[in-house]
Design a protein around this ligand. Structure first.
Ligand code: PMV
Length: 346
């Protein structure tokens, strides 16, 4: 092996799903297709150092913000084990992974999407070093494929700005195996679309997404939900092309509440929203009613609220957020973000 040692650094963004992925089959295959906006400011920056070793096997050290971090190691170990079949060369290197997030630590923002995406693109940089003829498309597709094995939604954090994951008949090229760029021209109203993330509850998630996905097996409404996701994605495709914000708002909020409805109707059942989450939703609805500005919310598997609005309404909406919504956030903390462009080499 000619490639002895070296270092790569990548920054990978988080993403926010508009049509949600909730439920999966074997090998991280999604039960339904999803679509997300890639974010711009919430990122994980990971430096991967590799050095060739004589013995075979998975071997790595993990640093988080420069400090050794044992509790994150099992997730990375599992990631390496899952990708080994597709990247056999990793057994011949020892890795040092040095990673940090641009968003506040334990903010309740899941770093699994950005973190696993950053791991995947770093591994693909090594693969490209070993196989110099690789095309950009192959790099992106395989990076997304590998990221998926780390955390499903991570496969939507390789490229930007609108990414579809999961086979859907109205989206040419869509596949369960990796995320693809939305293959149509998006209406200009969605360029630089804003997402302010309100940090309602910064605590550890009570229910991991792995457990949540599993609860969709034998869920009484699973079949209808998976069917609905297909329909919503077809509708969203049209909305994104045409720029119909009234329909956008209705579809995005319905998807968020459906995700939480699935959690509330699983067995065991759970509620991840907090009372402040509901207060914020009511404030957003009142503001929209009063101003006719197309601001809406979406939710992840947690209590935090993503407030989505067009760039043109930024000043007005951000004043509203500061004056009326910040009070419902822990320590009045929120993050202004917007649609971004995907992973970048540093
Ligand atoms: O990637 P996971 O397994 O953490 O699942 C994420 C699921 C949601 O964030 C709730 C929805 C989505 O599509 O991102």
């Amino acid at each position: 092996n000619q490639v002895k040692e070296g270092t790569f650094s990548w920054s990978s963004p988080s993403n926010i799903a508009l049509v949600k992925y909730w439920g999966k089959k074997e090998n991280q295959i999604p039960a339904n297709p999803s679509l997300s906006f890639t974010l711009n400011n919430c990122k994980t920056e990971t430096t991967l150092s590799y050095s060739a070793k004589a013995d075979k096997g998975i071997s790595f050290d993990l640093l988080f913000e420069g400090q050794s971090k044992e509790e994150f190691k099992p997730k990375i170990q599992k990631f390496f084990e899952r990708i080994l079949k597709y990247c056999p060369y990793i057994e011949y290197y020892h890795f040092t992974i040095d990673t940090k997030n641009t968003f506040p630590h334990s903010s309740g923002i899941a770093s699994s999407a950005s973190g696993m995406a950053a791991m995947a693109v770093n591994i693909m940089s090594l693969e490209r070093k070993l196989n110099v003829d690789m095309t950009e498309d192959y790099f992106d597709q395989k990076a997304s494929f590998l990221a998926r094995l780390g955390s499903g939604s991570a496969c939507r954090s390789i490229t930007g700005s609108v990414v579809v994951w999961g086979e859907q008949r109205d989206i040419p090229g869509s596949t369960d195996l990796y995320g693809v760029n939305f293959p149509f021209e998006v209406h200009p109203i969605f360029k630089g679309y804003c997402d302010t993330i309100l940090l309602v509850d910064k605590g550890e998630k009570k229910v991991s997404s792995t457990v949540g996905h599993d609860l969709m097996h034998n869920h009484p409404y699973a079949a209808q939900r998976f069917e609905q996701a297909h329909e919503n994605l077809a509708r969203l495709k049209k909305i994104l092309i045409e720029g119909n914000l009234t329909e956008f708002v209705a579809l995005v909020e319905s998807e968020a509440l459906t995700l939480h409805a699935m959690m509330m109707t699983s067995m065991p059942y759970f509620i991840l929203m907090k009372s402040n989450t509901l207060q914020i939703i009511e404030k957003i609805w009142a503001f929209r009613e009063k101003t006719s500005i197309n601001v809406c919310f979406t939710l992840d598997a947690g209590a935090n609220v993503h407030v989505l609005y067009p760039e043109g309404d930024k000043d007005f909406v951000q004043t509203f957020i500061r004056q009326e919504l910040a009070q419902f956030c822990q320590n009045e903390q929120y993050i202004d973000d917007k649609v971004g462009f995907g992973s970048e080499i540093i």
